[in-house]
Design a protein around this ligand. Sequence first.
Ligand code: CP3
Length: 359
Amino acid sequence: MTKQQGPWGKLAPMKLSSRARLLSALEGKPVDRPPVWLMRQAGRYLPGYQSIRQKHSFWELCHAPQLCTQAAMEPMQRFALDAAIVFSDILVIPQALGMHVNFDGNHGPKMTKPLKEAAELASWNVEKLLEALAFVPAAVRHLREALGEERGLLGFAGAPWTLLAYMLEGHADKNFAVARSMLHAQPEFAHKAMDMLADILMAYLEAQCEAGADAVQLFDSWGGLLNAEDYSRFALPPIQKVAKALTHKNRRLILFVRDGQHLLPLLADSGCQGISLDWRIPFEQAAAQLPNHCLQGNVDPALLLASPEVVRTETRKLLAAMKARGHFHRCIVNLGHGIFPQTQPECVRALCEEVALAA
Ligand code: CP3
């Protein structure tokens, strides 16, 4: 129990600290209201982020813990968010594996030499890789210091399939035809690569938890491209492996699968306590299908391009659906995918305030 503080001002009295609210939601304990944080909350729609990027390249930023903290704290100082997310990217893993990942230009990431054959996996060394990735747990530790003990902190990584999809395709693509065909042309190669990625993720996410993350989110941004059969054959087993190892250590995991409506029954067996819902899934439907999971989501990020009034109305509707689960039991308010760069900060403020008023 804590005193009111931070950007909540005169909003509802805080019965729980933000951190306790996040942990309680994930553990199925009572909450005064759902916690709120937003995917990609620290990015390009904020002026402070833009000014950091005028002076530093994206990779310079990712590798400098104090700059990561500055970026991650900007939304925390502006809005009544319950949790920060470490500033990083899912593509730090391919980069640490020796791939050149380039963010120049406006067409998303590009890799100069995509992964081609199983023989290349022989050079993947989990221990060396963790050393190369030590800047990420360092950023988590630095952020925890700045954040204090009362607000939540999330770490993250890409899910094995999404990471492999980028590594095989070499860039973002709406179909990922090369990556998907590889699952069928060379299934052993695909299984082996994702199993190795699971070993990497277990150690990498554990390092983020040790450094101060309260929970970690796996982003399976391209999971929805797979049908249920391929998802359960290829993408799910390595996620289960990661989830099993982390829950064994009492860590908490949230799994986000974009466009994964058809995969919801499978996600129930992922081993992750939290399931983050794409904006196209009706919340009530997911609540019926996943009664024992903490459900996170799922405001359409495009709503934040409308007006603060529209955002408030839609947030109230989502809160009503969440309340219908039994006084906000196992719910986290978030978006159904990452925030758009053209988002107006006033709309983010409206969303957070509306959630704070629900207590
Ligand atoms: O607050 C936060 O959430 C910031 C941390 C964060 C970033 N990327 C920073 C970033 C997180 C959680 C990510 C996850 C991420 N990265 C995903 C999963 C979520 C999703 O959107 O599906 C994916 C697929 C990536 C890969 C990636 N990184 C892409 C496709 C791009 C370019 C397009 C884009 O979305 O901006 C990036 C670059 C990137 N990662 C930027 C930021 C702030 C923009 C870099 C810049 O131009 O300054």
